[in-house]
Design a protein around this ligand. Structure first.
Ligand code: NAD
Length: 244
């Protein structure tokens, strides 16, 4: 019997990186999944491996999200949990970040999770108990050069999650994961540059980059009764980076 047996869960960003790893792991734990990503081909590939429904969907498009969540709920027979992993990163000094890029990062990274939760809320309320897991970032709690727009979006997700914890309890728990540098497509520019990689590894207490499995374990914790008395929390999974 899996730790997520019969749990009906929506995962965004499931074509790649953390969202994809979480989808495969949750499937192995017995969850029934609806997977969303802007990359329709990529999410279909993950869905085929996770025996899941796949939806090509831009989380920033509220009407599209409402339609997809309604279809996902119908197909799953309800929704017990959400994992918001879709996200984008544009690294630029603050004075070079364009208004268009700012708008897009806020729309995808902050308003996207809002759109998903807003559409899923009636279904989460109808479930026996429900969980929301938002992937924020260490960037949401510490300033780093060139990440003003991204960090603002992730700080927003973090505070929004805390407020959700307050407003949606006791029936629905909402928690945030704060990844450090995790090896995915998003950080390929860094992990494949030996100098940058060494610097990133040296900067953290555990002297390595994170793996998607590090994030999977945190998402599993927050999506099961293992975290039954935890809501509005923010868990750094960063090798010891954000507290330094
Ligand atoms: N990799 C890291 O070091 C790191 C660190 C901290 C936080 N994060 C966050 O973790 C989450 C997962 O990132 P990842 O590292 O797996 O990156 P990734 O690029 O491998 O995966 C992100 C996925 O989100 C999808 N996506 C992007 N915009 C979308 C949209 N508008 N609608 C639907 N899907 C969209 C992409 O198509 C992709 O499949 C993101 O929110 C990211 O900001 C990543």
């Amino acid at each position: 019997m899996g730790r997520l047996s019969d749990r009906r869960i929506v995962i965004t960003g499931a074509a790649s990186g953390m969202g994809r790893a979480i989808a495969l792991a949750f499937h192995a734990e017995g969850a029934k999944l609806a997977l969303l990503d802007r990359n329709a081909d990529g999410v279909a590939l993950t869905a085929a491996q996770a025996d899941a429904d796949a939806f090509g969907c831009d989380v920033a498009n509220r009407a599209e999200v409402a339609d997809v969540i309604a279809r996902a709920a119908q197909s799953l027979g309800g929704i017990d949990g959400v994992v918001n992993a879709a996200g984008i990163l544009d690294i630029k000094p603050a004075d070079e970040l364009t208004p268009e890029s700012w708008d897009r990062m806020i729309a995808v990274n902050l308003t996207g999770p809002f759109n998903i939760v807003h559409a899923a809320l009636p279904h989460l309320r109808a479930a026996e108990w429900a969980t929301i897991v938002n992937i924020s970032s260490v960037s949401g709690v510490m300033p780093m050069a060139g990440t003003s727009g991204y960090s603002a979006s992730k700080a927003g997700v973090l505070m929004w999650t805390r407020c959700l914890g307050m407003d949606l309890g006791p029936h629905i728990r909402a928690n945030a994961i704060l990844p450090g540098v995790i090896e995915t497509e998003m950080t390929r520019y860094l992990s494949e540059n030996p100098e940058h990689r060494a610097a990133a590894e040296e900067r953290v207490a555990l002297k390595r980059l994170g793996d998607t499995q590090d994030i999977v374990r945190a998402a599993l914790f927050f999506s099961t009764e293992d975290s039954a008395f935890t809501t509005g929390a923010a868990l750094p999974v960063d090798g010891g980076f954000s507290w330094r």
